[in-house]
Design a protein around this ligand. Sequence first.
Ligand SMILES: [Zn+2]
Length: 329
Amino acid sequence: MVLKMAKSKKFQKRIIISIIILILMIISYFVVQKNISLKLNGNSKDKIIVNNAYYEEGYNANLFGINLNKYVDISNNLKNDIVGSYKIIYKLDFFIWEKEVSRTVIVEAKVNLENEEQNNQEKDEENSKSDTTTSKEQVDVKIPEKNTENLYPAINGYENIEIGPKYVNGILIVNKKFAIPQDFKSPDADIASGALKQLQAAALLDGFSIELLSGYRSYNRQKTIYEKKVADRGYDSADRYSARPGHSEHQTGLAFDVGSITYTYGETASGQWLNANCAKYGFIIRYPEGKEEITGYGYEPWHIRYVGLEAATEIMEKGLTLEEYLGLD
Ligand SMILES: [Zn+2]
C-alpha cells in the first residue's frame, strides 16, 4: 500500500513536470514568434523604367540580434523588359517559425522627354529613356547634328575629333577623340543592364550592395551637366572631370556609376569586390589609376563599362585600359 502511494506520487510529479515543460515550450514558441523579424531594406514599393536593371536592396531577418538571412528564400518573377506590376516574396523559414514579406515593383513605360527633363534638373539621370523620340528639345538645339567639336574650343584632348560610332574588334570606343552622334545609344545597352543586375545580385550574396548611381544619360542631359561645370569652373577643370556631350560613355547605355562616387571607393571592401569581380560580368573599371594620359580621365573606381566577358577578362587581368586593349593608345 505504502509502495503504491509512493509510486502514484512519483507519477503525479512526472505529469506536473511534463505540463510545466509543455507550457514553457508553448511560451517559448510565442516568444520566438513575436521576436523573429523579417524586414525589407529599402522601400516596399519600387518603380523602374522598362528595360532598366532592378536593384534588389535585400532584406534583414533576425532573432534577438542573430542574423537569419540564410533562412530566407526569395521568389521573384520580375521581368524588367515587360511593363507591369510584380511582387517579390521573401519567405523566412526557420524550423517551425515562418514569416513572409513582399515588395511590389512597378515596371513603367518609358517616360516622355519633357517630364524627364523636369525630373532631372537637379539629379543625375539613372533611368534610360527612349533615344529615338524626336523631342522638342532636340529640335530646338541650334547646332547641327554630328558637330560637337564646333561647340567648344579644341583643347584638353578634344582635338581632331572623329564622330563615330567607332568600333574596334566589335567594341565601341567613346572617349575624347571618338564621339557618338546625338541620337546614338548602343544596341547592347539592354545586355549591359542585365549584366549589371547579375553583378549586383552576386555582390549581394557576398554581402555588398553595389548601388546604381547613374546609368544612361542622354546627349542633352550631358550637355547640361558639362556646360554647368564650364560655367562654374572653366573648360580646363570641366574637361578633367566631365565629358563633353557626345563623348560620354553614359550616352551609350553601356556605362554605369556604381557604389560610391568618391575617390576612396576603390579602397573600400565593396570597391575591391567590384574591381576583382566586375570582369566576370563583362565589365571593366574604365578609368584606372595612373592612366589619365591614356584615358583622358583620372581614376574613377565607380565607373564601370560593359565590354563583354572576353575583353573584360583580359583587360582586368592585364591591368590595361580599353584604349590599350584596342590598340588606340
Ligand atoms: Zn561615369
